[in-house]
Design a protein around this ligand. Structure first.
Ligand code: IPM
Ligand code: MN
Length: 357
């Protein structure tokens, strides 16, 4: 009997449903030429659902999501819902409850895609950000006093546990070894100011490095990383960092790889249920216009295949994406693809099924 994967699809808000539909199409194409099946179940969550029902993430839905093989997410965020409600109530709750402690964000410039960095090309821009995904400033630790008064106090604490830091750093070393590229892992921190949190990160980094003598190690402060990512992106292979810095530098990474329409992310629990998403938001301005690039969502589907242990399907999707970007699409980085969202999905699905055409 064929292997079958149960994938929960959460199209979410804005352009999420449009891009996820193309990712599902491509996954179906990959399954049709692979030796596995995919069963999709769609869950209605997000801003529209919240406005209609006042429900954010009901317990029974969370339970069902935790029983599937992977979650495929479009976008969460609605212009008519106060910032934080849906992001915390859905996205962060899923990351935390399912203990998806890694946020993996490849930064790869494909041939045929323009980068705003003059003189750099696909061989220069090819690295991966490993972002810690369950701790740091994102835990909600802290509080406020005397809100709304002139004496207001707001505290937001960064939580870094030995266990959380170590498992993230170990994942990054393992990933760097498996990626087998430059075999270089860079810790991104701020040891000159955040002398508690990044002292822990730095000590654990060096301790764990002893188990990986084949991996070169390097360190850079987060502000310097922002500079080097623009000036010398070819220096990087894998970067490991905390939740907040990873959030920030991966948006910078998205820009140098051709924009939010290309950038994919994986929220990984190596021992549990992982979740895959394009990293751009819900883009309400573009909703329904069919102009949004589905490649970020399709590359997220590729990361899903890779994480589920279907490397052939993952490679097939990546080859198809590379082919379509190289040969078919026009000015992707400027947001003009020459095709609409569905047509791009069709081109990639076709290239997955008939790689030589
Ligand atoms: C991301 C997003 C989220 C984050 C938001 C929507 C909470 O920016 O996935 O990078 O900050 O992690
Ligand atoms: Mn972000």
């Amino acid at each position: 009997m064929k292997k079958a994967y149960d994938i929960a699809v959460v199209p979410g808000d804005g352009t999420g449903p449009e891009v996820v539909a193309e990712g599902v199409k491509v996954l179906q194409a990959a399954a049709s030429v692979g030796d596995f099946e995919i069963r999709f179940q769609t869950f209605d969550l997000g801003g529209e659902h919240y406005k209609r029902t006042a429900e954010i993430l009901p317990d029974d839905v969370l339970q069902q999501l935790s029983e599937c093989d992977a979650i495929y997410l479009g976008a969460i965020g609605h212009p008519e819902v106060k910032p934080g409600i849906l992001e915390k109530g859905i996205l962060l709750t899923l990351r935390f409850t399912l203990d998806q402690y890694i946020n993996l964000r490849p930064v790869k410039l494909y041939e045929g895609v323009d980068t705003p960095i003059r003189g750099k090309g696909p061989t220069d821009i090819d690295f991966v950000v490993v972002r810690e995904n369950t701790e740091g400033l994102y835990t909600g630790a802290g509080g406020c006093l005397k809100k709304g008064t002139p004496d207001e106090v707001a505290v937001q604490e960064s939580i870094n546990t030995r266990k959380g830091v170590e498992r993230c750093i170990r994942f990054a070393f393992d990933y760097c070894r498996k990626r087998n590229h430059k075999k270089k892992l860079t810790l991104c921190g701020k040891t000159n100011v955040l002398t508690y949190a990044f002292d822990l990160w730095e000590r654990v980094f060096h301790e764990v490095a002893a188990d990986y003598p084949d991996i070169e190690t390097d360190y850079a402060h987060v502000d310097a990383i922002c500079m080097w990512m623009v000036k010398n992106p070819e220096w990087f292979d894998v970067i490991v960092t905390d939740n907040m810095f990873g959030d920030i530098i991966s948006d910078l990474g998205a820009m140098i790889q051709g924009g939010m329409g290309i950038a994919a992310g994986a929220n990984i629990n190596p021992y549990g249920v992982s979740m895959f998403e394009p990293i751009g938001g819900s883009a309400p301005k573009y909703t329904g216009k069919k102009i949004i690039n589905p490649i970020a969502a399709i590359s997220a589907a590729q990361l899903m295949m890779e994480t589920l242990g279907e490397p052939v399907a993952a490679e097939g999707i990546e080859r198809a994406v590379a082919k379509v970007l190289r040969e078919d699409l026009k000015d992707v980085a400027a947001g003009k693809m020459g095709y609409d969202t569905e047509q791009v999905g069709d081109l990639i699905a076709d290239a997955v099924v008939s790689p030589k055409v």
